[in-house]
Design a protein around this ligand. Structure first.
Ligand SMILES: [Zn+2]
Length: 192
């Protein structure tokens, strides 16, 4: 393999980490992963993915507790290797008390764009025993797409239950996970 090939190809029989000095990995794609969980308490509605879902419980958090938007935020920040949501919006800052997570996600997306990345697509999973989310599935996808100026087709969402097991299964906790793919625009306005 030429050291001057456009990208360093690591072959299956290459020893781990075998990239010769001077070789560069030139992929413009990067992946990020976000995960979050919040407790629920009696109340409502349930703010999930920026949508108010009618329910007799609500999420508890320093901000509005929107567990799905927090996972999306961390996935995007992670893809750009930026500080995570807890460092960007510390709970020691009273400005973040009851803060709208959609606003936090929009700010994080702005930082990701400033770092030179545009979002390609997201795929998300919510784990909630209740309520049934099928009626809100598309509204949540469209809401997240709207915040991020994406096509709803680029926002995947799956809702699962906890099968009655553990804190998710009792309805005391809701969890969310998200992977995000971003692509370098080559136009970073910040120093690495
Ligand atoms: Zn959170």
């Amino acid at each position: 393999m030429s050291r001057h090939s456009p990208s360093a190809i690591i072959r299956a029989d290459s020893p781990p980490g075998h990239v010769a000095p001077g070789d560069t990995i030139t992929s413009k794609l990067r992946i990020g992963f976000g995960e979050d969980s919040h407790r629920t308490e009696p109340g409502g509605p349930l703010r999930l993915g920026g949508v108010d879902v009618p329910h007799d419980r609500q999420l508890v958090g320093h901000s509005d507790g929107d567990v799905l938007l927090h996972a999306v935020t961390d996935a995007l920040l992670g893809a750009a290797a930026l500080p995570d949501i807890g460092r960007l919006f510390p709970n020691t800052d009273t400005a973040n008390r009851n803060r709208d997570s959609a606003e936090m996600l929009a700010l994080a997306a702005h930082k990701v764009a400033e770092a030179g990345y545009q979002v390609v697509n997201l795929d998300c999973v919510i784990q909630a025993e209740r309520p049934k989310l099928s009626d809100y599935h598309d509204a949540i996808r469209h809401r997240i797409a709207g915040i991020l100026h994406l096509n709803p087709h680029d926002v995947g969402l799956k809702a699962k239950t906890g099968e009655g097991v553990g804190p998710v299964g009792t309805g005391d906790v809701i969890e969310a996970r998200c992977v995000a793919l971003v692509e370098s625009t080559g136009e970073s306005t910040v120093e690495a």
